[in-house]
Design a protein around this ligand. Sequence first.
Ligand SMILES: [Zn+2]
Length: 256
Amino acid sequence: MSTVDEVAPDVFRVAGTAVNAVILRDGAALTLIDGGYPRDVDTIERAVRSLGRRPEDIEAMLLTHAHIDHMGALAAFHDRCGIPVYTDPTEVAHARRDYLEQATATDFIPMLHRPGVLPWLLRIARAGATRKVSLGGARPFQTSGARPFRTGGPLDLPGAPVPVATHGHTSGHTAFHLPQHRVVITGDALVTAHPLSTAVGPQLLPPVFDHGGPDTLAALDHLAALDADVILPGHGPALSLPIADAVAEVRERERR
Ligand SMILES: [Zn+2]
């Protein structure tokens, strides 16, 4: 399977290690949304080059939330090329690692007997899951770290993504809406598959990954209100389904 799929005109899903990144193309310029694990950087660079562009052509990078499986190439390209990274004002401190809202290895010990858990842990460890990555001033060559984007309306970036606050999975989690394509990039607020889940279709991540509890469910209301029928999640394949229907499926699943 190709690692790059065009899910809508100039909207590309890039498959990393059981996690997705998204490239928005606008002429010569790109926006990169999320960046896989640290060792997914080569996969994402290949995807950029397969579009006839270089990492330096990325005008800006957006982070749905500061989990290690979404930050890899962002930190690498930020350090290497000085490309700015923007995230929700609430998520900036998380990206800078002033605090951490992320499952650690010990959280998975009670799950090790379940099929697929150990192979997945080994796979993500190879992808750099245990590395310490931050988008902050920790390293002297870092230019600025993550910065807050302006909220309320489309961002002045290639693809004109509209941030949708979906705080819950992390305190400052954000989805991005592309109204012109009826696409919603849901990050981890709503996914379509995960190696630790046997469910198929729209779903929340297993609770071990969530930090917001009730907020994670409340965030779904903000997704359901969007005019979108292509779902591009942080984990799992893209899905052609009205987002309101996908949210209804998730709520039904959570009630069981
Ligand atoms: Zn996450």
